[in-house]
Design a protein around this ligand. Structure first.
Ligand code: PRP
Length: 217
């Protein structure tokens, strides 16, 4: 068990991680060892009673929601898919910029299919976001849940289109896909456990302030 004074910050592995480290430094937080140089999952920092846990990006909201971490960094995509229950999202960290998009093979008449009211098969890891988006547009879709490499689905004949994150666009291009519709721009947020915030307001408020400051510097 951790001491009641200790604060845990959940950091996501993967694409956000590299941008998160300089932001932490600007917020005055330096890990005792580089998370990339160790297989340890719990890492101390230079800030008294602040430790870092490194988890899968999609697990960050869960750690924070249940109070296993008081703070976390999570992409807006992950937060929308999670639902955000029990979480404050006080700071847009302005890292991990990308967009959630619909993409389809070059030459596929997506707009025509939508106009005709065709039923589309769409592969995605973002089932909730995709369901809401297509429902709002009145587009009929069968959603196929995948856990990665969505770009393969149209090429392999599994789906007509995908809903996925696009950053540089290189992955789409390399797989003969094009963005046909943007759903929402994405960036990473600082998330805070709501109950912990109410009880440990001073300590958490000063860390939240340090992150807000770091975003502006
Ligand atoms: C994301 C996304 C695309 C890729 C897009 O994957 O799923 O595959 O990045 O980036 P690009 O437009 O710059 O090519 P990520 O690397 O986050 O890994 P994931 O498959 O685990 O989501």
């Amino acid at each position: 068990m951790k001491s009641t004074m200790a604060i845990t910050l959940a950091l996501p592995k993967g694409r956000i991680f590299e941008e998160a480290m300089p932001l932490l430094a600007r917020a005055g937080i330096v890990p005792d060892v580089s998370p990339e140089a160790t297989r340890k999952l719990i890492i101390g920092t230079n800030v008294a009673d602040l430790r870092i846990v490194v988890v899968r990006a999609s697990d960050v909201p869960t750690y924070v929601q249940y109070g296993a971490a008081e703070l976390g960094i999570a992409g807006a995509d992950i937060l929308m898919e999670h639902g955000g229950d029990g979480l404050y999202q006080p700071v847009d960290l302005s890292i991990g910029h990308c967009r959630l998009c619909v993409a389809a093979p070059v030459g596929f008449d997506y707009a025509g299919a939508v106009r005709r009211g065709a039923r589309l098969r769409v592969a995605t890891k973002y089932v909730h976001c995709a369901r809401e988006f297509f429902a709002r547009k009145g587009v009929h879709v069968d959603l196929i849940k995948l856990y990665g490499s969505m770009e393969l689905a149209p090429l392999a004949g599994l789906a007509d289109a995908i809903v996925d994150l696009v950053s540089s666009g290189a992955t789409l291009k390399a797989n003969d896909l094009v963005e046909v519709e943007q759903i929402v721009p994405i960036s990473s947020r600082l998330v805070v456990n709501q109950a912990a915030y109410k009880t440990g307001r001073d300590r958490l408020a000063s860390l939240i302030g340090a992150f807000s400051q770091a975003v502006r510097t």
